[in-house]
Design a protein around this ligand. Structure first.
Ligand code: ADP
Length: 524
């Protein structure tokens, strides 16, 4: 039979062990351990140190004012920084503790320190200090040792819990910030995770998606590749250990009624017994890829169409001229050769535009910066274009003190040429075409206006897009690739400027360019 007080001690020990092992938050666990240990040994103060980054750090204390805590640092610095309980020893612990207690005028005169060992590792150190004289008895030490064993388990668990929680938080943050949509379904088919990207793709807030079934959220408007998840599962997907991910591609119905092209990869997660635990879906928004594909096919059709016409003309005229059974008068030969030269020029221009567009895409559009007199440039171009039309009146309108700017003269010539040639092309009935310039506080403003067909309101936001051509008879009749304004805007932007268009259909269009006057050189 144990003596009565030993029974009480044992019960008390059990009770506090339960209390501390129930708790998982490390700071609370440490606090509870200290309070219990101090009470158990009739102490006044206590400290717990944990090993972090290869050295001992105080992580909890009771009964010691904060300003005296650093007095314990030298003691901690002398304690071995390994976690092997076999070799572990706290040198001269009681003498040093009573010295610290004395120096700090805490009235703490004796102390005891013990390692806390869990799973053959020293996970922490516990120190208890007392205010009255005399050493800790062997019973005190025995009691503290048995308590330290329980405490060590609690600390070990809380540390593991802390690690797991930190890892989970990290994983949560990664999944949340992941660029693709992520959907996790549990074994009951319910959604347990729905990240931010998927909320955007599906137009459904995560809070509304959690707990729903896969099919409530992933609703196909049209599927291009792969069976959907249900069909695949009915066919036996996934088989533990043998099947790879399932890939499905198509148009997803968004929860706001829209449609978005996506590719979804489903991967299955099994437990050790081979039971399906989760299905993880990576939902990739394919809008950009689809746009690129569309652009590629537009590119092929535009280019082949635009190349065919001049090539056919060149071939036709060349064949005609080379016929052996006919003799051509010099005027016909001259006119035919002029057509061939013009068409060859058009081909060169087209190839240049395509090259520019591709340079732009790869970020290789370089500017040769120098002083540019835009008024002079506009005057030259107006004179040049006057020779190409007798229906239009071309006017350059610049104040005499119009300032020079820093820019790439050839590229700015290309900008004005594009705008002037469009003004002529899209005003087939003639009218005035005016290039005007004015100086502003920030730089200069150029404006090219015509009195032609104008641009419909629904086309206005798109005319600067690559390959965009407005619908309509006139555009169909007029040759073009839809690259001119795209390149024009890219060049203007490369100069730090902007271009805008206004139009009243039937009355003409006006393009306004603003360009800064630059103090320093452009960064290109
Ligand atoms: P392209 O002239 O080769 O078709 P652009 O990129 O220069 O290509 O122009 C894009 C579209 O904008 C044209 O197809 C045309 O529909 C419209 N557009 C451009 N300039 C004018 C203008 N001055 N007046 C009316 N429409 C215009």
């Amino acid at each position: 039979m144990l003596p009565d007080f030993r029974v009480r001690q044992r019960d008390y020990l059990l009770e506090i062990s339960r209390a501390i092992t129930e708790e998982l938050e490390l700071p609370t666990v440490l606090k509870r351990i200290l309070q219990a240990a101090v009470e158990l040994t009739a102490g006044q103060a206590g400290l717990i140190a944990l090993r972090e980054g290869g050295r001992w750090r105080l992580r909890a204390y009771v009964g010691i004012p904060e300003q005296f805590i650093s007095a314990f640092d030298p003691l901690l610095a002398d304690i071995p920084d390994h976690d092997d309980p076999e070799r572990f020893e706290i040198p001269e612990v009681s003498r040093r503790l009573s010295r610290i207690g004395g120096i700090a005028s805490l009235g703490l005169l004796s102390g005891v320190g013990l390692p806390m060992v869990a799973r053959q590792e020293v996970v922490g150190l516990i120190f208890i200090l007392r205010g009255y004289g005399g050493q800790f008895s062997s019973n005190d030490r025995a009691l503290l040792s048995s308590f330290a064993v329980q405490a060590a388990i609690a600390v070990h668990n809380a540390m593991l819990y802390q690690q797991v929680s930190a890892e989970k938080r990290r994983l949560d943050a990664v999944l949340e910030a992941y660029a693709d949509g992520v959907l996790i379904i549990d074994s009951a088919g319910k959604i347990t995770r729905f990240n931010r990207a998927l909320s955007t793709i599906s137009a459904l807030p995560a809070a509304n998606a959690l707990g729903l079934n896969h099919d409530d959220v992933i609703r196909w408007a049209h599927r291009e590749k792969g069976p959907d998840l249900n069909a695949a599962m009915a066919d036996g997907w996934p088989l533990p250990g043998t099947t790879g991910p399932l890939y499905v591609e198509g148009d997803l119905l968004r929860h706001n009624g829209g449609i978005v092209p996506v590719g979804i990869s489903y991967a299955a997660v099994f437990d050790r017994e081979g039971r399906l635990v989760n299905i993880i879906a990576d939902v990739h928004d394919m809008t950009k890829i689809r746009e690129a594909e569309e652009l590629k096919s537009t590119f092929v059709s535009v280019v082949s169409h635009e190349l065919k016409t001049p090539v056919a003309l060149i071939k036709g005229y060349a064949e005609t001229l080379s016929r052996e059974d006919a003799s051509w008068d010099p005027a016909t030969v001259r006119d035919s050769l002029a057509v061939i030269v013009d068409e060859a020029d058009r081909l060169t221009e087209l190839i240049e535009s395509l090259l520019d567009a591709s340079r732009l895409q790869s970020g290789d559009l370089k500017l040769n910066i120098a002083d540019v007199a835009l008024d002079v440039l506009a005057g030259q171009l107006v004179e040049k274009f006057k020779t190409q039309t007798d229906k239009h009146t071309l006017v350059a309108d610049f104040a005499p003190d119009f300032p020079e700017i820093r820019g790439d003269e050839e590229r700015l010539r290309q900008v004005l040429s594009n705008l002037l040639s469009n003004a002529i092309k899209y005003a087939p009935n003639g009218g005035e075409i005016r290039v005007s310039g004015r100086s502003t506080a920030a730089g200069v403003e150029l404006r090219v206006s015509d009195q032609g067909a104008g641009i419909a309101a629904h086309d206005l936001p798109h005319v600067f897009e690559r390959f965009y051509r407005a619908e309509g008879d006139l555009t169909r009749r007029v040759k073009g690739t839809g690259l001119g304004l795209f390149l024009t805007r890219a060049i203007v932007r490369a100069h730090g400027g902007e271009i805008q268009v206004e139009s009243e259909p039937g009355k003409g269009a006006a393009f306004t360019i603003t360009l800064p006057r630059y103090n320093g050189e452009l960064a290109t």
